[in-house]
Design a protein around this ligand. Structure first.
Ligand SMILES: Nc1ncnc2c1ncn2[C@@H]1O[C@H](COP(=O)(O)OP(=O)(O)O)[C@@H](O)[C@H]1O
Ligand SMILES: NC(=O)c1ccc[n+]([C@@H]2O[C@H](COP(=O)(O)O)[C@@H](O)[C@H]2O)c1
Length: 203
């Protein structure tokens, strides 16, 4: 069984989870692995002053994330049977030759081993003021302290983005201001075309 791996990256509040969940709903035999589920526990509990450390790849258990992704690619059926509590609810029937794995997160393109396995890469971007407003409406654990967005989140986004652009070139940038339905239609069409190509190759 072949896995088509779709990366949905982007800045905080760019709309990654929204797009990934809608894609998952629309694509039979798909599942999501979200980078947010791999934050280190120590970082979650850390005192506010150290929150800058949260915006970097070292704050995440990328080894565990890779291990889950590799297990899923090796044997989707048994992986999903074991992990169904941990992953997003799945529309998987598994009875297929290709499954679509949607990997979403704010630093998915900043980790080389993960980067290498994507068949398609998308990056959702929104302007500074929209990002700041959307983020101010969200409640994180731990919550953002005052001044956190301008002091850490935005500067680290700029730094991580620069690093990403020096590492990867074939990213499709998406305007996160576009209506959700429009973004979904665009990516869905693209993924369907890729699936057709892949199925053609497998025959
Ligand atoms: N295309 C869009 N247009 C307007 N608002 C959006 C869009 N996509 C997501 N949102 C909103 O932005 C906020 C953050 O979306 P979310 O998908 O959780 O972002 P991320 O996973 O990138 O942090 C949510 O309130 C969501 O409803
Ligand atoms: N889910 C967690 O355990 C956790 C822990 C620390 C920070 N965060 C925040 O999550 C953000 C990334 O997620 P979004 O891209 O969904 O905003 C980071 O900017 C970080 O501040 C999440």
């Amino acid at each position: 069984m072949k896995t088509l791996v779709v990366g949905v990256g982007g800045m905080t509040n760019g709309g990654k989870s929204t797009l990934s969940n809608s894609l998952h709903q629309k694509i039979p035999n798909s599942c999501i692995i979200a980078q947010d589920s791999y934050f280190k526990q120590r970082i979650r509990l850390i005192h506010m002053v150290a929150l800058s450390a949260v915006q970097v790849i070292d704050a995440l258990h990328m080894d565990m994330m890779m291990s889950d992704i590799n297990s899923l690619r090796r044997d989707p059926e048994s992986f999903l049977r074991q992990q169904c509590q941990k992953l997003e609810p799945t529309t998987m029937t598994v009875n297929t030759e290709v499954i679509v794995l949607i990997v979403e997160g704010f630093l998915i393109f900043n980790y080389r081993p993960l980067n290498e396995i994507f068949d398609r890469r998308y990056f959702l971007e929104i302007p500074y003021d929209v990002c700041k407003r959307r983020r101010s409406l969200r409640m994180y654990t731990p919550p953002d302290p005052p001044g956190y967005f301008d002091g850490h989140v935005w500067p680290m986004y700029l730094k991580n983005r620069q690093e990403m652009e020096s590492m990867v070139s074939d990213i499709v940038f998406l305007d996160g201001l576009e209506p959700k339905e429009q973004l979904l239609a665009k990516v869905f069409k693209d993924v369907c075309e890729e699936l057709e190509r892949l199925r053609g190759k497998l025959q």
